[in-house]
Write a protein that binds this ligand. Sequence first.
Ligand code: PLP
Length: 404
Amino acid sequence: VTLDVEAVRAAYPALSDGAAYLDGAAGTQVPRTVIDAIAAAYASGLGNVGGAFPASARSAAIVTACRQAVADLVGGTPEGVVLGPNMTTITYKMALALGATWEPGDEIVVSRLDHDANVRPWVQAAERAEVTVRWAEVDAATGTLPVEQYGELVGERTRLVAVTAASNVIGTRPEVRAIADRAHAVGALVYVDGVHWTPHGPVDVGELGADFYVTSAYKWSGPHIGCLVADPTLLARVHPPKLVPSPDEVPWRFEWGTPPFADFAGVVAAVDHLASLDPEAAAGGATSRRERLLASMASVEAHESALFASLISALDSMEHVTPYGPASRRAPTAFFNVDGWPPDEVAAHLARRGVNVWSGDNYAYELVTALGLRERGGAVRAGVVHYNDEADVARLVDAVAELA
Ligand SMILES: Cc1ncc(COP(=O)(O)O)c(C=O)c1O
């Protein structure tokens, strides 16, 4: 079903500032329902959880609803949803906990395609545990992460394979399932960075073969919250450092200190917003939120693919522009350079034209080096999300054309 983009855009107050928001890969805007849900949570009266009074029970109910919403979004189990401030913090915590179980001579596999948040926490944990780090390389010519290399990289001593579901700059979607199968054959755990991919299409953590799947709500129309999804029986075997009096139950023991309860209400509203994007799904009998999400995210994927096709073909056709990234199997995110222009200056020019994009390495540190773009200052990143339209793409294309 085609998205009603005009109606979608009207739901986002921030879009009325007139800019073309092609910076969704760094964080999306939020719909009015998310803003209202956060305000309503505060207005209702909240308390810390575990108290005998109603405001405390309201916070506890919000936490439960938030875990369920995130589980619905990615096909997980609510009891296995860990909430935190962002993906980076959660991943450092998991690296601390998992790394403490590694022994000298063990191995882990990370990739040069990944955002540094799914690289450095593991590399640093490996250094502490005297564990060997093996690197999956990117084919710079095609922008792919060849899956065959995992046959060599993964062995009997492999404890963990960390890989992204999609590159946050060139959009590449590695064959995560095949990588996970290889890892599982030797008993290794698979930690999938779903931060970039989650807003762009249906997700099923089981189908991906992810033992751990991380995603950040602020990339899919929610507040600044990170989430990790795993099987609760796996989490029960993992012991992060924690305060003595804080709960030891899963998933609570992974959550340090007092969380932003009102923001969790915003996460629920964001998931409900995504589930509503295909109104025909509800009318057609897809009644569970999970089913509505699958239908809605398929519509999102179709809408974004069409927009991205026109964006990338326009960039491809400009002689003064060099786009990077694979020809297929990619998230709708463009990464490109303009002849004679440092990426930061391109971004500044686009900003003057009311087009919001990012430049640099966007923390895809290893990838930008592997692509040979470090000296050049990286590249310009422009991506589409479900609330973008043809007018946004046209403004980007026109402004880039001016730089010829
Ligand atoms: C692919 C990817 N992984 C991880 C991160 C880090 O996420 P967070 O800001 O939630 O720590 C980002 C943020 O841009 C990202 O795009």
